[in-house]
Write a protein of this length. Structure first.
Lengths: 724, 655
C-alpha cells in the first residue's frame, strides 16, 4: 500500500486505491470507530446467538424408544454392590479385586476384555517436542515402576457389523479407592453396555474404557489412545509394564467362570473411532434437579462437532428432563455493568419490536447476562487451549468427544432415587450412542468453529469473526499511514524546496530512505527473538531441582530482564547511531511503530486461524496499546494536557497488556486481592506449556510485542542521546 | 397338503429328468445338506450346502438342463470360467471364538461385503475382458453392484499367494456392499426347489438377517473336457453359513453363575421353521449335527471314565440315522462326531424339528489357527498413516494338530495377500518387520515377496508375501507406511465422509491343512459336504476391513464454492484486463498534462485533490437532489456507515 501511494500522485488513481488512501488518511477516525465497533460487536454476541439445530439428518436423536430394562439396572446394581463390598479391604487388593469383578461382569456380557497397562509420566515441556505430535517411543526406558496404571477395556462387537468403526464410552474410575459417585458412573455405563451387548441394531463396535484415574483422568485416556494409534512393536514399554504390574495377573480366574474366554493381554482394537463420550457422575449438587454438565473444549480451542453437543442437549432436555449446563464465569453473573448493558439491550429490543413485531433480536437482561457469562467462559477456555477434560485427548486424534458430567439431585446413597437416576443416565447415553450409531459418515455436517452462549445457543464463526475483524482492521491502516507520514514528511519538505526534477543523489536518497523500514524490522525481529528466548527459559528453569513456583517465576523474570539488558547492550550500542534531528527521530519512531504494528497484525491474523479465541483476547489487549503507543519522551517534551493523558493511557495499557500483569489484574478482579501470589502465574504458564498450547507461544509473542513498545521509548533516547 | 399340484409337478419333473438322461453317469443331480454345530460362545452355526452337478457338454455344446440353472451354465460356457467363487457376507467371522483351523472357517469364513475370484480358461490377454463380462453378468444375476469390480482399479491378479493359478486368476472385493434379501432371492432361484421345499425352506429371512454372521457363497467348478474323468461337468456348490443366537439364551442369563449351561435349541427355535420333508428333486437330503473335537473331549471328561458315552450330556429330539466318528490317526486328541439325520422320512404331517437340550454345563474352545491375525491403522491426521498386520501366536498347547512341517526344521510359513486401493499410496520400501518384539531385517524372514505398486487411477497396489517364521514365534508385526492421496471431485463415492475402505487381507498358512475324514459308507457315494471336508485346503483367515478417513471437500456447500471461485476469477480477469487495456502512451500524455497539478504526494493534498475530483463527479450525474455540501467526506463516511449497517441488518435477518 505505501508503495502505490508514492506512485499514485503521478497518475490517476483507481477507485480502490482512492478508497484506500481515504481510509489511510483518516486512520485515526477509522481506528476509533473500528475499535469501538469491535468491542461493541463482542458485547453484542450473546444477542446474535442462534438456536442450535441438528444439522445431520441421519442422527435422528430420540426417534427410537429406549430399550433399557429393569434387568440391566439390577445387574448394574449388583455390580455396584459387589464393588462397594470391597471398600473395607486394603487398597491394593481391593484394586485388583475390583478390576477382576469388572472384568467378569464385562465378559459375562460377551464382551472381549483386555487390560491396558500404562506408565504415568507427568507432562513436561520440551522445546523440541513442542511442535511434534506426541510420540511414544521416547523416554520409555527410564521409567520407574512407581507410576503405572491398568485400564480395563471391554469391546462389544456389533453383530453383523463390519467392524470398521467404533464408539468409545469412557468412565474414569479409581480402582480400589473410588467414591460412590464414581461407582455410580460405572453402573450407568454398565447398564448401557449390558443393553448394547444384546441389541441387534448396533452397526459400530462399542468400546467401554474404564480409565484407571489414580493419576488424573486425562493421562490414562491419552496413554490408551496413543497405544491405539501409534503402538510400539519393539515391546520395550510393555515389558517394563509387565515387570511392574505383578499383582494383578489377569489369567488367574476361577476356572468355572471364564475358563476359555481368557482375558487377552494383547491390545484390542475396534476400527476407526467415530465419537467418544466421557461419562462422569459428580457428587450431589445444590440444584433442585438432576443436572448435566457438558465439557467440550479440547486443546488449542478445538471443539467437537456441534451436532454431538446438540444430540446430547436434545436428548437430555427433551427426553430425560435433565437440566443441561455448560461452564460459565460465575463472577460475571452478578456484575453490575453487565446487567446495565443487558437492560439497555433489552430496551433496544423492545423498541425494535414495537417498531416491527417481526424483529426479534432483543433478549431479556437475565438471558443476556447468562449468555455473556457462558460466552466468556467459552472464550477463555478456548483461548487457554487446555482441554477441560479427558475428551481433549480424543480431539488430538480427530475424534469428536465430549464429557458428560451428571450430578444427581440427591446423594448417590439414596436407594429410592438411585434406580431412577440410573435409568435416566442410561437412557441418555443409550440415546446418544444410538444416534451416533445411525450415522453413516463421520461428523462433518455441523459447525466445528463456534462458541456456546447456552447449551442450546451458539455463535458461529461467521458472526464472531466480525468482532475480531473490526478490532484488527485499523492496524494495517495505521501502519500504512504512519509509514506514509514518516516517508513523505521528508519528501514533502524536499519537494517544496527543490525543483520537481530530482537529481540522481536525491533519488539515491529516496531509495535509501524507502529501505529504512528494514532497520525497524530488524529491531522488531530482534525483540521477537528475545520473546522466543524468554518463552524457552522455563525449560531450563524446570531443571533446577527443588524450586517452588514463586522462586522459579522470580528467576524467570530476573533472567528475562537480564537477557533484555544484554540484548540492549549488544544491539542498541551507540556505534550505529547517526545524526538525527528532532523530526527525523519522530519519523524513525513512526517507522518503528508501523513495523511493529504490521508484525502484530500478521501475528493476530495467523493466530486467528490457529486459535480464534486466543487471537480475540490478544486483539483486545494489543490493539488499543498498539494504537496509543507513543514515545514517552516526546510526550514529555510536549507537556500539554493531551499528551499527559496519552502518557497515562500508554502506561496503563502497556501494563495491562503485559501478560503476567493481565493475569494478575484479571485474578484480582475475580478473586479478590488476597489470593494474589507470584507462583500462580508460574503454575498457569506451566499448565500452558505442559499441554502444548499454542497460546503459550502466542504469549511469548505478545510479551515481545509489548516489550517492543516499552523498550522503544528508551531505545530512541539512546539513539538521540548525542544529539546536541 | 396344500401343495399337491406342485408336488405332482415336481415329481413329474424328477421322473422326466431321470428318463431324459439315460445313463447314471451323466445325469444332473442335486443334493442338499445342512450342518448344525454348537459354538463355544453359546451360538449355533448352521451351514447349508447345496450341490448341483451337470455332466460335461456334449460335442454339439447345446444341451437341455433339467436341474442345473441355465444362467450359470451359459455363463460358464460363454466366459470359459474354470473356477469361480462369489460370496456375499455380512458380519465378521470371529476366529477366536468360532474357530480358525477347521474347514468351516477356511472355506466359509469370508470378508464382509462381496468377494469374487475367478479362474478363466482363456488365453492370458483375454482374461481381463472375460472378467469384465463376468462381473456384469453376475451383477445382473445377483442384484448386486458387482459390476464395480469391472474397473481395473478394483481387482488384481494374484500370482501365487492366494491360489495357484498362472495368470488367469482375477480377484476383487467390495467391502462396502450391503447384503440383504435381494441377494439371497436370486441365489435361491438357482436351486431346483428354491425355498419352497427341502432344507432351504428353513431360510426364514428375519432370523437369517439378524444373525451374527451370514455368508452366502457360490462356488463353481467346471471341467469342460472330460479327460481327467474325476470331476465331470460343472459343479455348482452353493453354501449359506449362518451363526445364530438361540433365542432362549438371554433369559437364562439372569443367573449368571448358572448360565454356563449351554442354551438348548431346536430348528424351530433358531429358524422359526421346521423341515417338512426333502426337496423332491434332491438326490439326498441330510441334516448333520457336528460336535467338534474340543467339545467331544470335554464331554468325555464330563462323564468321567465312562469313555464313549458322549450322548449322556445332551438329548436329541430325534434319533440319528448314523453316527460318524472322525478318522484321525494323526492327532490323538479325540475326534469330532457327526450325527446324521436323513430328512427323507419326514413329511408335512411329521415335520423334522431337530432339537438339542443340554443337561450339563460344558465349556470348550475351538481350534485356532497357528497365528491369529489382526490388521489395523496407525497414525492420525489426513496426511499419512501406516497399515500394521499383527500376527499373534494362539498357543497350540491344548492341541497339536500341526500338520506336515511341524517336525522338520520347524518353520511356519505364512502367506499374506493384500490389495490396497490406489488412493492409499503405500510405500513398500517402508516395510518393517518385528518378530517377537524386535525389529528384524526383512530379508531374514521374507522368503518370497511380490509387490505391484499402485498406479493412480489405473490399478490398485497388491502385495503378496511369504513369511518364514520360526515355530516358537510369539508375535510378528508388519508395518507399511502410506500417504493419503487426493481424489478428483467426481471420484468420491456418495458417502465420502465416511472414509474409504481397504479390503481385507488374506492370511494363509500353506503348510497347515484343515481336513476331516469321516468313514465312507461304501454303498452310496459320499455326501458332497463330507467330501468337501475331506479335501485338504490350507488354513486361511481374513483380516478386518480398514476404514481410512481421507480429506473430503465440503460437498454440502457447492453454492459457496461456486461463489468464491467466481469472485476470485472475476477479480483476477478484471484486473488482468485492466492492465492489458491501458495504453502506455496515453498514460504518459495524461501525466504530462497533469504534471503541474500533481505537486505533492502528501495524503492531505492528495485527498483535497481527490475530494475536488469526487465533488466534481458527484455533481455531474446529479441524481441526488441534495446539496453539494463541502463536507463530502462526512457524507461519504455516512454512506459507508449506512452500507455497513444495512449489511449487518441483512446478515442478521436473512443470513
Amino acid at each position: 500500500m505505501p508503495k502505490t501511494e508514492t506512485e499514485t500522485p503521478k497518475m490517476k488513481p483507481r477507485p480502490i486505491v482512492r478508497l484506500g488512501i481515504f481510509l489511510i488518511s483518516h486512520s485515526l477516525l477509522v481506528s476509533v470507530v473500528c475499535c469501538t465497533a469491535g468491542v461493541l460487536a463482542l458485547l453484542l454476541l450473546p444477542l446474535l446467538a442462534k438456536n442450535t439445530y441438528i444439522s445431520e439428518n441421519a442422527l435422528m436423536p430420540g426417534s427410537a424408544s429406549s430399550m433399557i430394562s429393569n434387568r440391566d439396572i439390577s445387574e448394574a446394581n449388583r455390580l455396584a454392590s459387589d464393588l462397594n463390598g470391597l471398600n473395607f479391604k486394603p487398597q491394593d487388593s481391593a484394586a485388583v479385586e475390583s478390576r477382576r469383578i469388572l472384568t467378569k461382569y464385562m465378559s459375562d456380557l460377551g464382551a472381549e476384555v483386555s487390560y491396558h497397562k500404562f506408565h504415568y509420566k507427568p507432562n513436561q515441556f520440551h522445546p523440541l517436542h513442542f511442535f511434534s505430535s506426541p510420540d511414544s517411543t521416547s523416554s520409555v526406558k527410564n521409567l520407574s515402576c512407581s507410576a503405572h496404571g491398568v485400564n480395563t477395556v471391554g469391546i462389544i462387537r456389533a453383530p453383523s457389523g463390519d467392524g470398521k468403526e467404533a464408539i468409545v464410552l469412557v468412565t474414569p474410575y479409581k480402582f480400589g479407592k473410588s467414591g460412590a459417585a464414581e461407582t455410580l458412573s460405572l453402573s450407568i455405563a454398565y447398564t448401557v453396555f449390558s443393553l448394547l451387548s444384546r441389541v441387534t441394531w448396533l452397526a459400530k463396535d462399542i468400546i467401554w474404557f474404564v480409565a484407571d484415574s489414580q493419576y488424573g483422568e486425562y493421562a490414562p485416556v491419552e496413554a490408551w489412545l496413543r497405544d491405539y494409534h501409534t503402538p510400539v512393536f519393539t515391546g520395550l514399554g510393555t515389558l517394563n509394564a509387565d515387570r511392574c504390574v505383578k499383582i494383578d495377573d489377569p489369567y488367574v480366574f476361577e476356572q468355572k467362570s471364564i475358563a476359555q474366554r481368557k482375558i487377552s493381554d494383547g491390545f484390542r482394537r475396534a476400527g476407526t473411532m467415530a465419537a467418544a463420550l466421557i461419562l462422569k457422575v459428580a457428587d450431589r449438587n445444590a440444584m433442585l434437579e438432576d443436572t448435566l454438565n457438558i465439557y467440550a473444549e479440547a486443546s488449542n480451542g478445538q471443539m467437537p462437532n456441534l451436532d454431538l453437543i446438540n444430540i446430547v442437549n436434545y436428548l437430555a432436555v427433551h427426553r430425560q428432563g435433565l437440566r443441561v449446563k455448560v461452564e460459565k464465569v460465575l463472577t460475571l453473573l452478578d456484575s453490575r455493568w453487565l446487567e446495565i448493558l443487558g437492560q439497555i439491550f433489552e430496551l433496544l429490543g423492545k423498541v425494535a419490536r414495537s417498531l416491527n413485531p417481526g424483529w426479534k433480536f432483543g433478549i431479556s437482561a437475565a438471558d443476556y447476562i447468562e449468555g455473556s457469562a457462558t460466552l466468556a467462559s467459552s472464550l477463555y477456555y478456548q483461548a487457554l487451549g487446555i482441554p477441560t477434560g479427558p475428551h481433549g485427548a480424543f480431539r488430538d486424534f480427530q475424534v469428536d468427544a465430549i464429557t458428560l458430567e451428571i450430578s444427581p439431585k440427591v446423594s448417590p446413597h439414596n436407594k429410592a432415587r438411585h434406580n431412577e437416576f440410573l435409568l435416566r443416565g442410561g437412557r441418555l447415553v443409550e440415546g446418544v450412542i444410538r444416534s451416533i450409531n445411525n450415522l453413516l459418515e463421520k461428523f462433518h455436517q455441523s459447525f466445528f468453529l463456534y462458541m456456546l452462549t447456552s447449551p442450546s445457543k451458539f455463535v458461529s464463526v461467521g458472526v464472531y469473526m466480525i468482532a475480531f475483524a473490526l478490532l484488527v482492521a485499523p492496524l494495517p491502516l495505521v501502519a500504512a499511514s504512519l509509514y506514509a507520514d514518516a516517508n513523505q514528511l521528508d519528501l514533502g519538505v524536499k519537494n517544496t524546496k527543490s525543483t520537481p526534477t530530482t537529481t540522481a543523489s536525491d533519488e539515491l536518497d529516496i531509495t535509501f530512505r524507502s529501505w529504512k523500514w528494514l532497520y525497524a524490522a530488524k529491531e522488531v525481529f530482534l525483540i521477537h527473538v528475545w520473546g522466543a528466548a524468554v518463552s524457552l527459559l522455563p525449560y531450563f528453569i524446570c531443571q533446577i531441582p527443588n524450586c517452588s513456583p514463586t522462586s522459579s517465576s522470580v528467576i524467570w523474570v530476573f533472567l528475562s530482564m537480564l537477557s533484555l539488558l544484554i540484548l540492549y547492550l549488544i544491539v542498541g550500542s551507540p556505534s550505529t547511531h547517526v545524526y538525527i534531528s528532532q523530526s527525523e527521530e519522530k519519523g524513525e519512531w513512526a517507522i518503528l511503530k508501523s513495523a511493529t504494528i504490521s508484525a502484530v497484525f500478521i501475528g493476530l491474523l495467523v493466530m486467528s486461524v490457529v486459535n480464534f479465541a486466543a487471537a480475540e483476547i490478544g486483539a483486545l489487549l494489543l490493539v488499543p496499546m498498539c494504537l496509543m503507543a507513543q514515545p514517552l519522551k516526546l510526550d514529555m517534551k510536549a507537556g500539554k494536557l493531551r499528551s499527559f493523558l496519552r502518557i497515562i493511557c500508554n502506561v496503563v495499557l502497556g501494563f495491562i497488556a503485559f501478560p503476567p500483569a493481565a493475569f494478575f489484574v484479571v485474578k484480582t478482579i475475580f478473586e479478590g486481592f488476597d489470593s494474589i501470589n507470584m507462583g500462580d502465574f508460574w503454575n498457569w504458564m506451566e499448565s500452558l506449556w505442559a499441554w502444548n498450547s499454542a497460546t503459550y507461544i502466542y504469549i511469548g509473542l505478545v510479551t515481545a510485542g509489548n516489550v517492543q513498545f516499552r523498550s522503544s521509548p528508551w531505545t530512541l533516547p539512546w539513539h538521540s542521546a548525542p544529539c546536541p | 397338503m396344500e401343495l399337491p399340484p406342485r408336488w405332482a409337478f415336481l415329481l413329474f419333473l424328477l421322473l422326466s429328468s431321470t428318463k431324459a438322461s439315460g445313463s447314471a453317469v451323466d445325469k444332473e443331480e442335486f443334493q442338499e445338506e445342512l450342518l448344525l454345530k454348537p459354538l463355544p460362545d453359546r451360538k449355533v452355526l448352521a451351514h447349508f450346502h447345496f450341490e448341483t452337478r451337470a455332466p460335461p457338454c456334449n460335442s454339439n455344446g447345446r444341451r437341455h438342463h433339467h436341474l442345473f440353472p441355465k444362467a450359470i451354465s451359459q455363463m460358464v460356457e460363454k466366459f470359459r470360467v474354470k473356477e469361480m467363487e462369489l460370496s456375499f457376507t455380512q458380519g465378521r467371522w470371529n476366529y477366536e471364538r468360532w474357530g480358525g483351523f477347521d474347514t468351516m472357517s477356511s472355506n466359509n469364513a469370508k470378508p464382509p461385503g462381496v468377494e469374487l475370484w475367478a479362474v478363466f480358461d482363456v488365453p492370458k490377454e483375454q482374461v481381463d475382458a472375460s472378467w469384465k463380462n463376468l462381473t456384469h453378468t453376475l451383477s445382473g444375476l445377483f442384484c448386486a453392484s458387482i459390476n464395480f469390480l469391472e474397473s481395473s482399479t478394483m481387482y488384481s491378479a494374484p500370482e501365487w499367494s492366494f491360489r495357484q493359478a498362472s495368470g488367469s486368476l482375477r480377484y476383487g472385493m467390495l467391502p462396502r456392499e450391503a447384503v440383504c434379501t435381494e441377494n439371497l432371492t436370486p441365489w435361491l432361484k438357482l436351486l431346483p426347489c428354491r425355498d419352497n421345499a427341502g432344507l432351504s425352506a428353513l431360510m426364514d429371512r428375519p432370523s437369517i438377517y439378524t444373525s451374527f454372521y451370514h455368508s452366502q457363497r457360490l462356488h463353481l467348478t467346471s471341467n469342460a473336457s472330460d479327460l481327467e474323468g474325476l470331476n465331470p461337468g460343472i459343479v455348482l456348490e452353493q453354501t449359506l453359513t449362518v451363526v445364530l443366537h438361540p433365542s432362549s439364551q438371554r433369559t437364562s442369563l439372569t443367573h449368571i453363575s448358572e448360565s454356563y449351561l449351554q442354551p438348548s435349541w431346536s430348528l424351530s427355535s433358531i429358524f422359526g421353521r421346521k423341515v417338512n420333508g426333502r426337496c423332491a428333486l434332491a438326490k439326498s437330503s441330510k441334516v448333520y449335527l457336528q460336535l467338534e473335537r474340543g467339545l467331544v473331549s470335554e464331554l468325555k471328561k464330563n462323564i468321567g471314565s465312562e469313555g464313549y458315552d458322549v450322548e449322556a450330556n445332551f438329548e436329541l429330539s430325534f434319533n440319528p440315522d448314523r453316527v460318524l466318528t472322525e478318522e484321525n490317526s494323526r492327532h490323538g486328541i479325540g475326534s469330532s462326531l457327526l450325527y446324521e439325520f436323513s430328512v427323507d422320512k419326514y413329511s408335512n404331517s411329521k415335520p423334522f424339528d431337530l432339537g438339542l437340550t443340554w443337561k450339563f454345563p460344558v465349556i470348550w474352545s475351538c481350534q485356532q489357527a497357528p497365528l491369529h491375525a489382526t490388521r489395523f491403522l496407525m497414525g492420525s491426521g489426513n496426511e499419512r498413516g501406516a497399515i500394521a498386520i499383527l500376527l499373534k501366536s494362539t498357543d497350540l498347547n491344548d492341541s497339536s494338530p500341526v500338520a506336515d512341517s511341524a517336525s522338520d526344521g520347524c518353520e511356519l510359513h505364512v502367506n499374506i495377500f493384500q490389495i490396497v486401493p490406489w488412493y492409499i499410496r503405500v510405500y513398500y520400501h517402508s516395510l518393517q518387520l518385528f518378530v517377537d518384539d524386535q525389529l528384524k531385517a526383512v530379508g531374514a524372514f521374507v522368503e518370497k515377496i511380490h509387490v505391484m505398486p499402485s498406479k493412480d487411477k489405473i490399478s490398485p497396489g497388491m502385495m503378496e508375501m511369504v513369511l518364514k517364521l520360526p515355530c516358537g514365534v510369539k508375535s510378528a508385526a508388519l508395518t507399511l507406511d502410506f500417504d493419503k492421496g487426493f481424489l478428483h471431485i467426481d471420484e468420491y463415492p456418495p458417502d465420502a465422509n465416511q472414509g474409504f475402505d481397504i479390503p481385507s487381507a488374506a492370511i494363509i498358512f500353506p503348510n497347515f491343512h484343515a481336513s476331516m475324514h469321516f468313514p465312507s459308507n461304501d454303498s452310496e457315494r459320499k455326501s458332497p459336504m463330507l467330501s468337501k471336508f475331506q479335501e485338504s485346503s490350507p488354513v486361511l483367515s481374513y483380516t478386518e476391513v480398514l476404514l481410512v478417513p481421507l480429506t473430503t471437500p465440503d460437498f454440502s456447500m457447492p453454492y459457496n464454492v461456486i461463489t468464491i471461485t467466481c469472485t476470485v476469477f472475476a477479480l483476477y480477469f478484471g484486473s488482468l484486463l485492466n492492465v492489458l487495456r491501458q495504453r502506455v502512451g496515453e498514460k504518459e500524455r495524461l501525466l504530462k498534462s497533469k504534471a503541474a497539478a500533481v505537486k505533492t504526494g502528501r495524503p492531505s493534498e492528495l485527498l483535497s485533490r481527490l475530494s475536488t475530483k469526487l465533488r466534481g463527479r458527484s455533481q455531474e450525474p446529479s441524481q441526488s437532489p441534495s446539496e453539494s455540501s463541502p463536507l463530502i467526506n462526512s457524507k461519504l463516511v455516512l454512506k459507508v456507515l449506512l452500507m455497513a449497517a444495512l449489511a449487518v441488518a441483512w446478515q442478521y435477518y436473512f443470513g
